[in-house]
Design a protein around this ligand. Structure first.
Ligand SMILES: C[S@@+](CC[C@H](N)C(=O)[O-])C[C@H]1O[C@@H](n2cnc3c(N)ncnc32)[C@H](O)[C@@H]1O
Length: 273
């Protein structure tokens, strides 16, 4: 089984940029167990099947969980967006900032960005953000477009924000089901698309440049080569003067001579204008 798993891991590293590690092998092992059980085959046999079939490899990726996500994951970063980054974009004349949540998982980050912008704009009623959100897992994106979340995802959401930007989810009889659904006004600001950020062709097809790219908790899973390439591609997709935000702790993975740290927040970078 170990050798079969290593083969799968090598293929995923090649196609998705994931850094090979015991932790990744464990996550892949768990995903293989789930898929093998569903197909009623032995895990070793499933590994052989996945290694020889592109579509089965895609299906396996859907099962590999690279970690959870939640709304306003790093509250101080969202404060910085509202207090510094969004005002700076508006002051530079950008009324409809284009924001990209590059590895959005089930959508919490993308909606948090749209909500944070809405919370900032009352003083600039003409300004509206467009949030583009991508991930490699279709199932995560399907959940994201449902915009229905349980308590765990809402742990950093204040009661005021919950009341203003969410509705209570209901069950088939119309009673509350314990979930919260992002309101339509915020949902229509966010567009989801499946993208493998390791595919070269994708980067050639980006039509406009972004004012802010958030690539958070992805670089840490990538090999050094893939992370370096990712930062180069992200930077090339920023307009001049645009910002890149990564997760706290990922700053050292942003190696790109053109980028400068944005003022006092190390996890924000700016492309010179
Ligand atoms: C831990 S989640 C990050 C979610 C969110 N950005 C956050 O910080 O909370 C990492 C996400 O990266 C996605 N991912 C991994 N490899 C990818 C790739 N090659 N292209 C696009 N997305 C990828 C995974 O599917 C997963 O949803």
């Amino acid at each position: 089984m170990n050798a079969a798993l290593k083969n799968i891991e090598a293929a995923l590293t090649e196609h998705y940029g994931w850094s090979s590690s015991p932790a990744l092998r464990e996550k892949i092992g768990a995903a293989v167990e789930v898929k093998a059980e569903r197909l009623r085959v032995a895990p070793e046999e499933y590994c052989r099947l996945a290694a020889s079939s592109f579509s089965e490899m895609l299906a396996l990726v859907e099962e590999v969980s690279l970690g959870e996500t939640w709304f306003f994951r790093e509250p101080h970063q969202f404060d910085y967006l509202r207090d510094v980054i969004f005002p700076s974009l508006i002051e530079s004349g950008v009324e409809r900032p284009r924001i990209w949540s590059a590895a959005c998982s089930t959508g919490e980050e993308a909606y948090s960005l749209a909500i944070a912008f809405e919370q900032f704009v009352p003083s600039y009623p003409q300004a509206q953000a467009e949030v583009f959100a991508t991930d490699v897992r279709n199932r995560a994106l399907m959940d994201a477009s449902q915009a229905r979340y349980k308590e765990d995802s809402l742990r950093e959401v204040s009661p005021q924000t919950l009341g203003r930007y969410f509705e209570r989810g209901t069950n088939s009889t119309g009673g509350p089901d314990g979930t919260h659904v992002v309101i339509a006004d915020v949902r229509r600001r966010v567009t989801f698309r499946r993208v493998n950020l390791l595919e070269r062709a994708y980067w050639k097809s980006i039509p406009n440049r972004f004012d802010l790219i958030v690539c958070s908790n992805l670089l840490t899973f990538l090999s050094n080569t893939a992370a370096r390439q990712m930062v180069t591609n992200l930077t090339n997709s920023l307009r001049e003067g645009g910002y890149l935000m990564v997760a706290p702790g990922e700053e050292s993975l942003v190696v790109f001579p053109q980028l400068t740290h944005a003022k006092e927040q190390l996890s924000f970078f700016q492309k010179p204008g």
